[in-house]
Design a protein around this ligand. Structure first.
Ligand code: SF4
Ligand code: SF4
Length: 368
């Protein structure tokens, strides 16, 4: 496959240009105007950050991207899908509240927020995955598939299960509905934590497949009947229904690549990744530790695979920050991500996405 182009600018500013202006210039240099935005609904997929985490990207960056879309006559909206785990973004109401708490509002960003998979994470579109080894039909947040154009705005960081939290993570995992996330993480069937269950029966009412029974004031799920829709997870007022976590990190990474293909293949798209505050764990945690490396800069490309590789290579070329979790630890793998999370190999996702035709790991880096 031909080399892709990845555009890059560092975090230095001048008297005449601040970082937001620089980000806009980066997008135009990378050719974003080649996309026909005219009156097109444009999804900007990002992560609003779990409240308490301060490493997520500031709303100002989202505004800069949305402004460019508007300048090109598109109709931008910010989006993410609900989480699988218990937290402050597991349904659309909590998710919107968290986005507002973290500063994302129509006032700060100039555009509306749509939670891609709806109120309880069940509003999904089934998308066939051509050549998928693990996923035949991906379950993607409906509003994201309904959009005419998809942009990603990613905070590039580390991730405990996938090595890097980059563009393919933002798109592949982030655009999955609750059932989609469950499919990526496991065989797709939840179970009930008996100690937390009070036998209220709410989950049973939410199950359209008669898979839940209550006995002795405790619920249990019949996995023969369960289809893995995830509805009961969002319904339980005690957070007693939890997804089964069963996949190896390798299968998780491959499924994530297949979900990324479902979201992106054949659609107008553009990707932006900011390598700043490279925290050791995902922004889904309600806290963030000292960044592992210094801030590097902003990257943009039409190719999400090349973009992730360019960002990872840039991180690997940096010294480890003093006082970070990797400070003083021997770097024996030659890869900062594997040093931090030894059970991960981020190249699994890259290689699988490349094999499925989503992009190229070969790239030319163009500095502006
Ligand atoms: S909704 Fe939750 S607490 Fe109520 S029966 Fe189901 S699992 Fe138990
Ligand atoms: S995941 Fe869906 S099908 Fe399975 S028990 Fe829960 S509500 Fe029922």
């Amino acid at each position: 496959m031909e080399k892709s182009k990845v555009y890059f600018t560092d975090m230095h500013v001048t008297e005449n240009e601040n970082l937001l202006q620089k980000l806009k210039r980066l997008l135009y240099k990378a050719g974003i105007e080649q996309i026909d935005f005219e009156k097109k609904f444009t999804a900007i997929k990002l992560h609003f950050g779990e409240p308490g985490n301060l490493a997520y990207l500031r709303p100002n960056y989202a505004r800069a991207v949305a402004d460019v879309v508007r300048e090109l006559n598109g109709i931008p909206f910010l989006t993410d899908c609900n989480t699988l785990y218990v937290g402050e973004r597991k349904n659309a109401i909590d998710h919107l509240n968290s986005a507002y708490v973290n500063g994302f509002s129509p006032f700060s960003t100039g555009c509306q927020i749509l939670i891609g998979d709806g109120l309880k994470g069940t509003d999904e579109t089934l998308v066939p995955v051509e050549g998928g080894e693990y996923v035949k039909e991906a379950k993607i947040g409906h509003a994201i598939m309904d959009a005419d154009v998809i942009l990603s705005l990613t905070h590039f960081k580390m991730h405990e299960a996938t090595g890097i939290g980059g563009t393919l993570k933002n798109i592949g995992m982030g655009c999955g509905s609750r059932a989609g996330k469950m499919e990526m993480h496991s065989s797709g069937k939840p179970h009930v934590v008996q100690d937390l269950c009070v036998g209220c029966g709410t989950c049973r009412k939410s199950c359209a497949h008669d898979a839940i029974t209550i006995a002795d004031r405790k619920a249990s799920i019949d996995h023969e009947k369960c289809v893995g829709c995830g509805r009961c997870i969002g319904a339980c007022p005690r957070d007693a229904v939890v997804p089964g976590i069963g996949n190896s990190n390798e299968i998780l990474g491959k499924k994530m690549a297949e979900y990324s293909c479902a979201v992106l293949l054949g659609r107008p798209q553009f990707h932006i990744s900011l390598v700043v505050d490279v925290s050791p764990f995902c922004d889904c945690y309600p806290s963030n530790d000292v960044p592992i490396v210094p801030d590097i800069g902003m990257f943009a490309s039409f190719d999400p695979v090349a973009l992730d590789v360019a960002c990872a290579n840039a991180v690997n070329s940096q010294p480890v920050n003093s006082g970070s979790l990797l400070d003083g630890k021997h770097r024996d793998s030659g890869d900062i991500f594997t040093d931090m999370h030894p059970t991960t190999d981020w190249m699994v996702t890259i290689r699988h996405a490349e094999k499925l035709g989503l992009g190229s790991s070969e790239y030319d880096l163009i500095k502006i």
